[in-house]
Design a protein around this ligand. Structure first.
Ligand code: AMP
Ligand code: ZN
Length: 469
């Protein structure tokens, strides 16, 4: 079996080969910390988490770098609007970001570089670009990258450079394909920047957004690394500009595989802060949804397909996850059985592992991987109904699920059954009744608890309440 990814650079499905055997350098564009990230942003981070987990499942040692954009047009604009210095403003959102990824079960990257701590590296790249004739100082004293000097410009976004206006310049961090132009590497200080500036050979100023990612990725992963990702809106201009300035400065190929996820959509439009159609993770948590439910909804669609966000869709995850929880509770109950169980179990595990692995290796086809898990669950349920699963088989099945959950990150095999509050109350009342030697009430409560599908088991540490299968 072999791992394949759809490479945006070539628009084809390619077999993945890492530069160094067994190791992968992965750069994922991180959040601009000017607000709480919305779940559209988290679609990108969850896709990258599935990518990272898949690489690890396939045996690679992953070094993932996710940057924090803590200086750009938006962070400066909004910190000034709030009357705060840039650092205190962005640190609130950095903290929130780390809490949010934990809520969503996103594994931590190896490095989270902050743009403001890498200004020296950015200045070095810009100096080399000026030396090599790829960059020039404009009449506004900012430094620009000259796209006509880089013949490969447009290679990622597949832009035909014929007929583009030579010499046109754009200083904003974000612009569309219709404004293809020389872009800012270093922005000369203007009054709107307030006290946000660094000294440079070109006077006080600050970096453009694109150079930030080039500097941080090359510092931590080397000039040439394996995979670079982001949401599809990052492909142009951000990633196109990263390729141009990195390759022009080092003379080496920058990245082998570019992977981009599609947007999270609301009523046919991209979920975005500017359209106001967004939900932050905290909004949804406050509405009673769990991080696991949100992760499940977002990860279950293939990363290159549009995913339409609806509350019905989100609520639908609850019953799926409940079925999964019940499945594991039932399976764990069988651990205490002494017999071995059916031979079919080993075969079922091997077949499912094959389907699961071929699915994730096929450009992270998580929907097919989930389908293989659901079919597996159905078969195991049938075997359990037929009392054909013994302790050793249950152990094997659970271990297999733990293994595939290193990719899903959401099965929660170890989760204990949640006992409903009314059952807990009845259990308490029964204990009290027994203490009061009111055995009639105690017996009645026990029967009521049983009727509701629960039983009280005595253990060495007292008692526990378990679901009756
Ligand atoms: P930003 O903080 O705007 O730089 O965005 C952070 C990441 O979220 C980038 O990789 C974006 O491409 C991605 N992103 C933003 N909006 C969406 C969306 N609606 N769906 C999927 N990814 C998104
Ligand atoms: Zn970036």
């Amino acid at each position: 079996m072999s791992l394949k990814f759809y490479n945006t650079l070539t628009r084809t499905l390619e077999e993945f080969k890492s530069i160094e055997p067994g190791k992968v350098g992965l750069y994922t564009c991180g959040p601009t910390v000017y607000n709480y990230a919305h779940i559209g942003n988290f679609r990108a981070y969850i896709f990258e988490d599935i990518l990272r987990r898949t690489l690890k499942y396939c045996g690679y040692q992953v070094t993932q770098v996710m940057n924090l954009t803590d200086v750009d047009d938006k962070t400066i604009r909004d910190s000034r609007e709030r009357g705060m210095d840039l650092d205190s403003f962005t640190s609130e959102y950095k903290k929130a970001f780390f809490n949010d990824i934990e809520t969503l079960g996103i594994e931590k990257a190896e490095h989270y570089p902050e743009a403001t701590k890498h200004i020296g590296g950015m200045i070095k790249i810009i100096e080399s670009l000026i030396d090599k004739g790829f960059a020039y100082i404009g009449d506004d004293s900012s430094v620009y990258f000259s796209i006509e000097k880089f013949p490969n410009y447009g290679c990622l976004a597949h832009i035909d450079m014929e007929g583009q206006r030579p010499g046109a310049r754009v200083s904003a961090d974000e612009y569309g394909k219709e404004s293809v132009a020389d872009f800012a590497l270093w922005k000369h200080w203007v009054e709107d920047d307030g006290d946000v500036f660094w000294e440079s050979p070109w006077g006080r100023g600050r970096p453009g957004w694109h150079i930030e990612c080039s500097a941080m990725s090359m510092t931590l992963l080397g000039n040439h690394f394996d995979i670079h990702t982001g949401g599809i809106d990052n492909m142009f201009p951000h990633h196109e500009d990263e390729i141009a300035q990195s390759e022009a400065s080092t003379g080496e190929k920058f990245v082998n595989y570019w992977l981009h996820c599609s947007h999270l959509i609301v009523n046919g439009e991209k979920m975005s802060k500017s359209l106001g159609n967004f939900h932050t993770l905290r909004d949804l948590i406050d509405k009673g949804y769990s991080g696991r439910e949100i992760r499940w909804l977002i990860m279950s669609a293939h990363y290159r397909q549009h995913l339409n966000f609806t509350f019905d869709g989100l609520s639908g995850t609850r019953s799926v996850l409940q079925r999964i929880d019940e499945f594991f509770i039932r399976l764990k109950e069988l651990l205490k059985e002494s017999d071995q169980g059916d031979d079919k179990v080993k075969e079922l595990i091997a077949d499912t592992e094959f389907r699961f692995r071929s699915s994730i290796e096929d450009d992270l086809n998580i929907s097919a991987a989930l389908a293989s898990f659901f079919d597996f669950m159905k078969e195991v349920n049938k075997l359990m109904d037929a009392k054909k699963i013994g302790g050793a088989a249950a152990e094997d099945l659970l271990n297999f699920c733990r293994n595939i959950d290193t990719v899903f990150g959401a099965l929660q095999v170890e989760k204990e059954d949640e006992v409903p509050a009314d059952i807990l109350q009845m259990v308490e009342d029964r204990i009290q009744a027994r203490t009061d030697r009111d055995f009639a009430t105690a017996d009645r409560l026990r029967d009521e608890i049983t009727a509701k599908g629960w039983k009280i088991e005595d253990t060495a540490k007292g008692h526990r309440v378990v679901r009756i299968n």
